[in-house]
Ligand binder design. Sequence first.
Ligand SMILES: *Cc1c(COP(=O)(O)O)cnc(C)c1O
Length: 407
Amino acid sequence: MSTSPQRSAVPPAAYPDAKGRFGTFGGRYVPETLVAALDRLQQGVERHLHSADFQAEFRQELATWVGRPTALTRAGTLSRRWGAEVWLKREDLAHTGAHKINNAIGQTLLAKRLGAKRIIAETGAGQHGVASAAAAARLGMPCVVYMGAIDVERQAPNVGRMKLMGATVVPVTSGDQTLRAAIDEALRDWVSDPNGTYYSLGSAVGPHPYPYLVRELQSVIGQEARAQMLERAGGLPDVAVACVGGGSNAIGLFHPFLADDGVRLLGIEAGGRGPGLGDNAASLTFGTPGVLQGSYTLILQDAFGQVRETHSVSAGLDYSGVGPEHAYLHTSGRVTYESATDEEALDALTECAECEGILPAIETAHAFAGARRFARAHPGARILIGCSGRGDKDMPILQRTVLAERS
Ligand SMILES: *Cc1c(COP(=O)(O)O)cnc(C)c1O
């Protein structure tokens, strides 16, 4: 039987406040032209997101199309090797191969209710683009995906998947020609038709209400995992671990555990090649406060406040900012953030594949690397790992790295 765990009195649902603030972080730093669109979105979120009607439709799509609840898997071999009790929350089993679909279908359902006629989205590695294309096709809406020209080259299979599902992929040749430029371009599109167009943002970043909206939609991960742990493991985990790019899978896993005082929360960022500016994408570990894409958060910037390019072997973590709620949870101390290097992540990826027959995404592998480190320091710990996605999309890079070294 499950024990009744100690819950903290502070309701984490109190955040963000009415201005979209998580402590001092978050808010809405946007040009005048976007204010009306964001106001309208916020009203839509307040009206629909927690209505019985919307929730019933969302839960129905999650159950019958996304394939939820996703499994909770006991990782027996990793448990023995690490001297711990390891459990995996299997978002890699969700439709289109990652957690991104939870958010994409939720926002597309919301778009319909708000009367939008078309969906636009940005994508980096292509995962949110694929999820958005799938959700739009499912609900019969046209979809345009902005993608940095460099990413279009790097992520050809995902570009093909989007096109097959009827989306238009627009290569962005401005700015850094990667995710940051793609978000800027999507925002520009949205401004030109804020009523007919819905901008489906792919992570818990950007101006209010996006970080809140995405968290609420992704919290299904942690809600399921918490119930599954109580039922299957007989109690809550000692720690829940997730990788952090923009932070959507991590906040989705963490949020339902925030009030569980006995559950430590550990976010793992992309440590890349090392701690130097430009060598990683670890904004919580190495960043400083500033404004990026509509939000006051921790960002990787130089002494002049210039946002710097980042490096990570995983395209999905390769972003110079992070969701404002993570910046808040970092400064409040409730969540601990560490980083794992490219090398540590690839090593953890092969260990998971060989031991459990699960090929995680390279993003996800960062969480495994962090979990293994935690296990070494806390023998016997019960560890829940957010397995955010599967690694099939990463085969080209795994061919060039892990497999090339073997031959
Ligand atoms: C996109 C992606 C991430 C990073 O995004 P978050 O918003 O930080 O979750 C992590 N894992 C996978 C598999 C992804 O596709």
